[in-house]
Design a protein around this ligand. Structure first.
Ligand code: SF4
Length: 179
């Protein structure tokens, strides 16, 4: 099963991917809120983080990445995020030859995607020393755990190793999954 290519990912895989993503953003949101001790500044920063995380994942991904992906061209296909369905409905068709552009430039989509995962760690960590609480520590550990889970398990065992475009995807290639 390790290297079977899915033209339609099983719903179980989508569920794991969604759960890990939503929990990551929620833990990040609450972690930032607690780090700032529920202050007005904390409410603004945590809300800004959550907006950024949701927009980059559920608007920018189908807008910038999915139109160039092979999963978006065929109605019967379903990718690991399911966002190919959104892209097909709302955004103009792209070109598979441009798929690699997701990793090109400082503001490329890949950097936005990883920023949304790493930002809560960078924000919460210093506050552990300034404003320690067990809840904050637990949220930080949870976010780091979800980040490691994504990199070492979800990408490698659930998503990229079954992906139709793994041989042209910069992520998969950098992880040694694609050719
Ligand atoms: S190889 Fe991985 S990162 Fe690249 S498009 Fe497929 S699932 Fe996404």
């Amino acid at each position: 099963m390790e290297n079977i290519t899915f033209s339609k990912y099983p719903l179980k895989s989508l569920l794991i991917y969604y759960l890990a993503t939503i929990l990551h953003y929620l833990f990040g949101y609450f972690g930032i809120l607690i780090a700032f001790d529920y202050s007005s500044a904390g409410k603004i920063v945590s809300a800004a983080y959550l907006c950024f995380a949701i927009v980059q994942m559920y608007i920018l991904m189908p807008m910038m990445v999915c139109p160039n992906c092979a999963y978006t061209n065929k109605p019967e296909m379903l990718c690991i995020s399911g966002l190919n369905v959104i892209a097909r409905k709302f955004f103009p068709k792209g070109d598979l030859n441009n798929f690699k552009s997701r990793s090109e430039g400082i503001l490329c989509y890949n950097n936005l995607y990883m920023s949304a995962k790493i930002l809560p760690v960078l924000i919460i960590l210093p506050f552990l020393f300034i404003n320690f609480s067990w809840a904050l520590l637990l949220l930080l550990i949870s976010v780091i755990g979800l980040l490691l889970l994504r990199i070492f398990y979800i990408f490698k065992k659930i998503a990229c190793n079954h992906c139709l475009v793994r041989n042209i995807c910069p992520n998969a290639i950098s992880m040694g999954i694609g050719e």
